[in-house]
Design a binder for this molecule. Structure first.
Ligand code: ZN
Length: 140
């Protein structure tokens, strides 16, 4: 199977079967309503953090397949990591998407499926909106 087909399957799987979807009533952090007017993305990201570890990540909202699936991938990848590790994974992911150098030793797992977005700058915001929203709350 060609790599890009595999990547497309990962993205569609997360879009159709989103992980950790639905908000909790007692998050540690919650993003503002983040909207991307160009394609209607409207996403909220929550996290539960205890002793520097992200115990849970929840997301909800509507949007395009890139946006919604990447929120699911984010929740799967960063759940049960430390806040420090999460921030370095987010930096690597955003740099990959925006075609900038990043540390290849950082395991992006399913998030690698979005590498091709770097060739479609108009979709950059779709792929990073959830990740930047979580980053913003974790840096507070
Ligand atoms: Zn979008």
């Amino acid at each position: 199977m060609r790599l890009e087909n595999l990547y497309r399957q990962i993205i569609m799987d997360h879009y159709k079967n989103p992980r950790n979807k639905g908000l909790t009533s007692d998050p540690t952090y919650q993003s503002e309503h983040i909207k991307n007017p160009s394609c209607g993305d409207d996403i909220t990201i929550q996290s539960k953090v205890k002793d520097g570890v992200i115990e849970d990540i929840r997301h909800d909202g509507t949007g395009c397949s890139i946006c919604c699936s990447s929120a699911s991938v984010l929740s799967q990848r960063l759940k049960q990591t430390t806040v420090d590790e999460a921030l370095s994974v987010i930096t690597a992911y955003v740099n990959m998407i925006t075609n900038q150098p990043y540390d290849p030793s950082i395991e992006l797992e399913d998030a690698e499926a979005y590498e091709g977005i770097k060739d479609f700058p108009a979709r950059t915001k779709c792929a990073t909106i959830a990740w930047k929203a979580l980053e913003h709350t974790l840096k507070k």
